[in-house]
Design a protein around this ligand. Structure first.
Ligand code: SN0
Length: 320
């Protein structure tokens, strides 16, 4: 079993429930991963993903090896049939098979280039490893998705949902940012919300439509204030344009999340995957308020990774 996208979750409510029970007793399965090794390969920076995945592995009795591949590894060639007389010394074919000799699970972080849309859409790095590795692969944010974040978000929503209300209103809001950012977090959040019983609305300025193949029938409201009306959760994230691929077409500061906008909601909880740029994406007063769930979201990254690793380890045991 690989964990490449949110669609690798076969039953979201069950996974959420199990993750919440693991959170109550994180060391319950501390023998499951004994003498097994996870390799964490980073092609981009990380704080939460690296530490929470290592922590999850440790809670399951696993050993973890971290490699900052962009700085410490050989630059990898991914194209088939290339004459390798340029800058890249090693091919993914050997690299993935070799790492599989040392690791029982390989986890990979490789952000979108935001330059080459087709390579990004094809998940060149993640799928390169998935194709040539001989062990399970876990996505720690690829070009298209960040399913460990989405799983943590699902746990956080479940913890804070008002059970008296039939369906929570959850809004995914774009917010301004100085840099071009990937679509991965937003994509996986949308896919996860499509598996939830909720009123789900996406709001962003025109031109920031996410990939239609992902948003499908999800509701898009271009008026941010209208979208915020009666919302129970505001999930904020910046992303660059998808159509005009990787471009920052608008930095409108009026889209920042502030207390006035939060006042339009049903006393909504504020969510963000972090890292977040204060007073650009969200105002201090919102981020520092008791309605902000960002620290708990980060905490839940451990239990998100732990449920994923547990499922993979259990399947390995079955196959053996
Ligand atoms: C990443 C992203 O996908 O948007 C990782 C989020 C988990 N975020 C950034 O790269 C932020 C960089 C910045 O300069 O603010």
């Amino acid at each position: 079993m690989n964990y490449l996208t949110v669609n690798d979750i076969d039953n979201l409510p069950e996974w959420v429930e199990e993750a919440r029970s693991i959170k109550q007793d994180p060391l319950k399965f501390k023998e499951l991963g004994k003498y097994k090794t996870i390799g964490l390969l980073f092609f981009n920076p990380s704080l939460r993903t690296r530490l929470s995945t290592q922590k999850a592995a440790q809670n399951l009795g696993m050993n973890s090896m971290v490699m900052n591949f962009d700085k410490e590894g050989w630059a990898l060639e991914f194209e088939d049939g290339t004459i390798m007389n340029q800058g890249k010394p090693e091919h993914i074919k050997e690299a993935a098979q070799v790492i599989s000799q040392f690791c029982d699970i390989i986890a990979i972080r490789a952000f979108a280039s935001l330059e080459d849309k087709s390579k990004d859409q094809d998940e060149m790095v993640l799928n390169g490893f998935a194709k040539y590795a001989t062990v399970p692969i876990v996505n720690m944010e690829s070009s298209v998705g960040h399913p460990l974040q989405a799983m943590a978000d699902a746990i956080t929503l479940a913890e804070h949902v008002n059970k008296k209300k039939a369906k929570p209103k959850v809004v995914l809001s774009w917010a301004p940012h100085p840099k071009a950012l990937p679509h991965a977090v937003a994509n996986s959040f949308v896919q996860m919300m499509q598996k939830q019983d909720a009123e789900f609305v996406i709001t962003h300025p025109e031109g920031y439509e996410l990939d239609k193949k992902i948003t499908g029938d999800s509701m898009i409201e271009y008026d941010q204030k209208k979208a915020f009306k009666n919302a129970d959760f505001i999930y904020t994230k910046n992303w660059s344009a998808f159509k005009d691929y990787g471009k920052v077409i608008n930095k409108d500061p009026l889209w920042m999340i502030d207390t006035e906008k939060m006042a339009l909601t049903n006393n909504a909880k504020f969510m963000h995957c972090l890292p977040v740029r204060r007073n650009v994406v969200v105002g201090d007063a919102v981020l520092d308020s008791s309605n902000s769930l960002v620290i708990e979201q980060a905490n839940n990254r451990t239990f998100s990774a732990q449920i994923v690793l547990k499922k993979i380890l259990e399947e390995m045991d079955l196959i053996k």
